[in-house]
Design a protein around this ligand. Structure first.
Ligand SMILES: Cc1cc2nc3c(=O)[nH]c(=O)nc-3n(C[C@H](O)[C@H](O)[C@H](O)COP(=O)(O)OP(=O)(O)OC[C@H]3O[C@@H](n4cnc5c(N)ncnc54)[C@H](O)[C@@H]3O)c2cc1C
Length: 254
C-alpha cells in the first residue's frame, strides 16, 4: 500500500525516525511485527527492506520506524522527506506474546534492536525493566526521551563506558536476571546466542526477535531461513521474527 511520509528525522548520526500516515490495517501492528518498506526510487534496490514497528500512534493515525543507515536501501530512505510516498507491506510476522505477568519482564536490546522493544514496552506499560546497549553512547542516547515517557526502569550500557554502565547488554543482564524472569531480546546475532546460552544456564524463558536478511517478507523466497532445534527450517518472516529462543539451533545458524 502507498502511504505518505509525515517526517523523517535524523536523531543521531546515521539513526533516523521515520513516521508515516497509517491505514487501519497498519495500525493493527503488534510489538515485534514488521513492515517491508521501499521508497519510490526506481529499481535499485528492487526489494523492500524489513523494519520493526517502533511506535503505532492510533490517535494521529501514524506509524513510526527507527532505522540505522547501513547500505543503499537505508541510505535512500534517509533522503526522503515529508510528503514523499512509501510502498509499505504489513504488518507481517509473529510478534511477542501477550504478557500477563509484566513484573518479571526484562527487555534487552543491542543497537537498533531497541525498536521492537520500545513498541513492546509501550504496550505492556510501566513496571518492566529495559537494558539498552550499544557500542558507544551514539548508539543509545537518542532513545532516552522516548524511554523516559514510558516510565520504565532502564539501564544503559555501552562497550566503551561513554553512557551508563560499561559492558554489554548481556553482561548486565547476567547480573540482574533470575530464573523467574522472561527476557525479550533483539540485537545482533552474537547477542542472541548469548541470551540463549544464559537462558539454559540460569533457567529463565526468553523470546528473541531475529533480524535475518530478507527478500520477500511473506514466506515465498526462503531468503531468511534459520534452523530449528529439531533440524527443521524456520522462516524468520513467517514463523518469526520473534521466536522462543529454545526453538532455535544457533549451531546450525552460525
Ligand atoms: C524482521 C526485521 C526487522 C528489522 N527491523 C529493523 C529496524 O527496526 N531498524 C533497522 O535499522 N533495521 C532493521 N532491520 C534490518 C534492516 O532490514 C536492514 O538493515 C536493511 O534491510 C538494510 O538494507 P540496506 O539496503 O540499507 O543494506 P544492504 O545494502 O542490503 O546491506 C548493507 C549491510 O547490512 C547488512 N544487512 C542487510 N540486511 C540485514 C538484516 N536484515 N540484518 C542485519 N544486517 C543486515 C548486510 O549484510 C550488509 O553488511 C530489520 C530486519 C528484519 C529482518
Amino acid at each position: 500500500m502507498k502511504v505518505k511520509i509525515l517526517s523523517n528525522r535524523e536523531v543521531a548520526p546515521e539513526y533516523f525516525k521515520l513516521s508515516f500516515s497509517a491505514t487501519k490495517e497498519l495500525l493493527k501492528g503488534r510489538p515485534g511485527q514488521f513492515l517491508m518498506i521501499r521508497g519510490d526510487w526506481g529499481s535499485d534496490p528492487f526489494l523492500r527492506r524489513p523494519f520493526s514497528i517502533y511506535r503505532c500512534r492510533k490517535e494521529d493515525e501514524s506509524v513510526e520506524i527507527l532505522y540505522r543507515v547501513v547500505g543503499r536501501g537505508t541510505r535512500l530512505l534517509s533522503r526522503l522527506s515529508a510528503g514523499d510516498i512509501l510502498d509499505v507491506l504489513g504488518p507481517l510476522g509473529n510478534g511477542f506474546p501477550v504478557f500477563t505477568n509484566k513484573g518479571n519482564l526484562l527487555l534487552v536490546s543491542g543497537g537498533v534492536g531497541i525498536a521492537p522493544l520500545i513498541s513492546l514496552a509501550e504496550s505492556v506499560g510501566s513496571g518492566i525493566s529495559l537494558i539498552a546497549g550499544g557500542k558507544t553512547k551514539h548508539d543509545v542516547s537518542y532513545i532516552a526521551d522516548d524511554v523516559e515517557e514510558l516510565c520504565i526502569d532502564v539501564k544503559y550500557v555501552t562497550e566503551d563506558g561513554s553512557m551508563g554502565q560499561k559492558g554489554t547488554s548481556v553482561s548486565v543482564m547476567r547480573e540482574m536476571v533470575t530464573p523467574n524472569d522472561t527476557v525479550c531480546a533483539c540485537g545482533p546475532f552474537g547477542m542472541l546466542v548469548e541470551v540463549q546460552k544464559l537462558s539454559v544456564e540460569i533457567g529463565f524463558s526468553a523470546y528473541v526477535s531475529c533480524e535475518e536478511k530478507m527478500g520477500c517478507g511473506v514466506g515465498l523466497c526462503f531468503g531468511c531461513v534459520v534452523s530449528g532445534v529439531d533440524g527443521e527450517y524456520l522462516l524468520v518472516c513467517k514463523d518469526g521474527p520473534v521466536f522462543d529462543v529454545q526453538e532455535l539451533s544457533w549451531d546450525r545458524n552460525s
